[in-house]
Design a protein around this ligand. Structure first.
Ligand code: SAM
Length: 260
């Protein structure tokens, strides 16, 4: 791996640094920080991640349109959107991701360090807001109320994320999909597309478990991550795997249009 890339991954917070490193060690290199959508277990994480982005972007309005990518991660999707002719801007609260994106995509890359809750885009100007695995970090009362302010009438929200398929439970921080849809409906959004991708996303936990086993020594040596931290991360991924298998966790892609 390039030493400059490695130096930057070291600045990512735990466990994003672990995920970014193991993905960077794949033959295709580091392209995204999201789960894959696996058609079968034998395909690579890179193919499965690429499918997620490709299928999600199929719901975008045609270019040129004004887009906001919330949680731009390492910038691969944002760069692609700009190449496709969109007037696209990305945000993330994480300065280490901003630094990484500016090195990879140029110092004038259209990304800002700000949380969605505080973004200063002029009201009523966006055609679409994209949340690819970032909606889980934003409180439900902020998610659609902020989107309703920023979008033009008839504008679109596209999101994919891990969710609770049922009602919320104490101790679980993921959004309940029922509540997500209710919050959107309350603000006048109509659900225009919905996909349950739980069985396609779940094999990502197997990839992550295999990858930490494979790179444990690197993670200790290069990132100063302790065995205890890796064990805790593995246990969390095993729990996720069990929760996906039992239907307690799910993964959905949703597309909503604001009232015209
Ligand atoms: C799992 S990563 C996904 C990154 C990228 N969308 C991808 O698919 O590769 C989650 C992203 O959401 C961002 N994020 C977390 N909280 C946020 C907030 N309040 N507002 C905007 N972005 C946020 C993180 O910094 C990160 O970029």
């Amino acid at each position: 791996m390039q030493s400059e890339l490695l130096q930057h991954l070291k600045t990512f917070s735990f466990p994003l640094n672990v995920y970014a490193y193991v993905l960077a060690m794949e033959p295709e290199g580091l392209r995204y920080l999201h789960y894959g959508w696996f058609e079968d277990q034998s395909e690579s994480i890179a193919v499965a991640q690429e499918r997620s982005t490709r299928e999600l972007l199929a719901w975008l309005p045609a270019p040129p349109a004004r887009l906001l990518e919330v949680g731009a991660g390492i910038g691969t999707t944002l760069a692609l959107l700009r190449v496709r002719g969109y007037d696209a801007r990305g945000i993330t609260p994480d300065q280490s991701q901003i630094d990484f994106m500016r090195i990879r995509h140029g110092s004038d890359f259209a990304v800002s360090q700000v949380r969605f809750e505080e973004v200063d885009t002029p009201p009523g100007t966006l055609d679409c807001i994209l949340f690819q695995e970032s909606s889980q970090y934003i409180a439900l009362d902020q998610l659609f109320s902020r989107a309703a302010i920023l979008l033009r009438p008839g504008g679109r929200v596209i999101l994919c994320d891990e969710v609770l398929p049922g009602e919320p439970e104490s101790g679980e921080y993921l959004h309940s999909v029922t509540r997500l849809k209710a919050a959107a409906a309350q603000l006048g959004f109509s659900l225009v597309e919905e996909r349950d991708l739980s069985s396609k996303a779940a094999p990502t936990t197997d990839f992550l478990l295999a990858a930490t086993a494979r790179y444990r020594e690197d993670l200790r040596r290069l990132f100063d991550i302790s065995d205890e931290q890796i064990d805790a991360l593995d246990e969390s991924n095993r729990q996720y795997r069990r929760k996906y298998a039992s239907g307690k966790y799910g993964y959905v892609a949703l597309c909503f249009d604001a009232a015209a």
